[in-house]
Ligand binder design. Structure first.
Ligand code: GUN
Length: 285
């Protein structure tokens, strides 16, 4: 039976290490890193994610600022707030929680965040730098996944990785990070023919589709590492579940991430890491 990669536990350890680092940085540079989070509207999932981010910032000893705006806020008001944070010398990271209400152009909002404060790694110039192999802020979820794979003591080089899902936030960037680690990467998706067959080739299988149990045990190569990025509501129980049928998959995989308690906490932890990175880039410039 495969091992569970406990993202919560790993996050606790990494946050503890970062808390020590932040204390040393405060001594060295006279202030702690600072993260601003903008939440528009009252989407319960977004509210919960943002609460998690602010709580993690407290645990690590970062300064955080939560700015909430009503769902009917104008795009101009939101952009003006981003401009203020971009110009604020004491703010190192700016994050706008997505999704945004329909009347706001998400792309324009992401473009407006100063590149040096883009802790999400969503800015087009950051994305370009990632794909060009230049220094960049790596997006949080893929960054957390790579940490979890490393934690298994698994050497990705030369291995086959299959990523199911091609989103800008997860599928595409995790494919690039796996490629950088010298994996042979296949990007599969809803239109892939013989998905089960493609997945069965994978030494590392990343499921990032957003559909309950799209990955079943028969699609997993014995001994594979399985990373479940899905966050779905089980329509029958109302509970959170992933893209992988975890209980059955655990019988086949060597390592598997649970939902909840796997990739989710690590994403938030990597946001703390990115905030420290942006701070360091700014204070040492
Ligand atoms: N919504 C869902 N995931 C994310 C994320 O990683 N960052 C932001 N800003 N919004 C999200």
């Amino acid at each position: 039976m495969g091992n569970i990669i406990d993202g919560k536990q790993l996050s606790l350890r990494l946050k503890g290490e970062m808390a020590e680092q932040v204390k040393a940085l405060e001594t060295q540079y006279g202030r702690v890193p600072s993260l601003a989070v903008i939440l528009v509207g009252e989407n319960p999932a977004s509210q919960s994610y943002v609460r998690g981010k602010i709580k993690a910032a407290e645990q690590v000893g970062l300064r955080s600022e939560l700015i909430t705006m009503p769902a009917d806020v104008s795009e101009a008001t939101l952009l003006a707030e981003i401009d203020r944070l971009n110009a604020d010398a004491l703010t190192d990271g700016v994050l706008v929680q997505l999704p945004l209400p329909k009347h706001i152009d998400e792309e324009r909002v992401i473009d407006a965040i100063a590149l040096e404060k883009d802790v999400d790694g969503f800015h087009p110039a950051n994305v370009a730098n990632l794909w060009l192999g230049k220094p960049c802020i790596e997006p949080c979820t893929p960054k957390g996944i790579m940490q979890m794979i490393a934690e298994c003591g698994f050497d990705v080089a030369g291995k086959k990785a299959v990523v199911v899902g091609r989103s800008n936030i997860v599928g595409k960037p995790i494919s690039k990070l796996l490629l950088d680690a010298n994996a042979t990467v296949t990007i599969a998706h809803s239109r892939t023919q013989n998905l089960a067959e493609v997945c069965r080739e994978a030494d590392i299988l990343v499921a990032a589709v957003g559909r309950k149990h799209i990955i079943t045990a028969d699609m997993i190569k014995p001994g594979a590492i399985v990373i479940d990025v899905g966050v779905n509501r089980d329509p029958e129980t109302g509970k959170l579940c992933g893209d992988v049928d975890t209980a059955a998959a655990q019988q086949v995989a060597s390592y598997i991430t649970p939902v909840p308690g796997g990739v989710g906490p690590m994403t938030i932890t990597m946001l703390m890491k990115n905030t420290i990175e942006c701070y360091l880039n700014r204070v040492t410039k």
